[in-house]
Design a protein around this ligand. Structure first.
Ligand code: NAP
Length: 251
């Protein structure tokens, strides 16, 4: 029988969990999933899981060497910039093959009123200029730039509340974990009188309905662009990724 090859999945996403599930029954591959440990009750992938940072690029490179990892898949969120940069650098340093497995960005569709923002700073500037009732669906870690707003009302949807709460005018936390349905999103935007939605271009089905609801209601969406890619090859489909993995692990 062929020896078992060990791989590392940097996860914390549906993609990471999907990949771990696709590999769990393969006798030739032993996958270790890594989570940052940000959420108190994460949805755990099947198989071996480790939780917590590695200690930068060198810590990750050390882990790859110590655990005899033979391939790395960066399945972190498209906006998790630091860990993706560390992954690309650790692969370069150790010579271990690496790839990014991520969902494609959402394309703009006819009827969408999208306002392009290069980053969260620019998104916050746009939101504070416009005022009104702003729905922030950007998680809880990048709320600080919006503290510049002097008026308006902010609804912040996140899985967990940030500590401390940001100083945003009229702050209301909506604690919820996706997926969110279209009816639910229509109701939220309508009932709360939302006049602007701010989101990252995360892609994926679980949080897409808000875009359709905003389109139907003629509500503009500040769409924060993805950060620059890390340099590792990017795969959007699980089949493509599994083919890459088989190739990377070929003797
Ligand atoms: P980040 O800024 O890129 O990473 C910050 C630090 O957290 C990294 O330097 C690393 O610490 C540690 N880290 C991040 N992901 C890790 C992982 N999968 N395993 C072990 N350590 C990890 O990341 P972030 O934006 O805070 O996101 C943290 C995690 O939440 C990611 O795994 C991501 O997939 C998930 N997530 C992020 C978002 C988002 O919008 N950013 C949304 C949904 C889920 P060391 O340098 O000490 O190794």
């Amino acid at each position: 029988m062929a020896p078992t090859r060990r791989i590392l999945i940097l996860g914390g996403t549906g993609e990471g969990n999907r990949l771990a599930a696709a590999l769990v029954d393969r006798p030739d591959i032993a996958a270790i999933s890594s989570l940052a440990g940000r959420t108190a009750e994460p949805v755990l992938p099947p198989g071996e899981v480790r939780i917590g940072g590695f200690g930068g690029t060198e810590g990750l490179a050390e882990f790859l060497r110590e655990r005899s990892i033979e391939a790395l898949v960066d399945a972190t969120h498209p906006f998790a910039r630091r860990i993706s940069a560390n992954a690309a650098q650790a692969c370069a340093r150790t010579g271990i093959p690496g790839a990014v497995y991520s969902r494609p960005p959402w394309p703009q569709e006819a009827g969408d009123i999208w306002l392009d923002a290069a980053d969260m700073e620019e998104a916050a500037e746009m939101a504070s200029e416009r005022g009104g009732t702003v729905l922030l669906t950007i998680g809880r870690q990048e709320l600080q730039p919006f503290e510049r707003a002097r008026s308006g009302r902010f609804l912040v949807r996140a899985i967990e509340a940030p500590h401390p709460l940001p100083a945003l005018p009229g702050l209301q936390m909506l604690l919820a974990r996706g997926p969110f349905g279209l009816d639910q999103e229509r109701r939220l935007l309508r009932d709360e009188g939302v006049t602007l939605v701010v989101t990252k271009n995360s892609g994926g089905a679980a949080t897409h309905a808000k875009l359709q609801a905003a389109r139907e209601l003629g509500i503009p969406v500040v769409m924060v662009r993805r950060p620059a890619p890390s340099g590792l090859p990017v795969m959007h489909g699980i089949d493509e990724l599994l083919a890459w993995l088989d190739h990377a692990l070929a003797p």
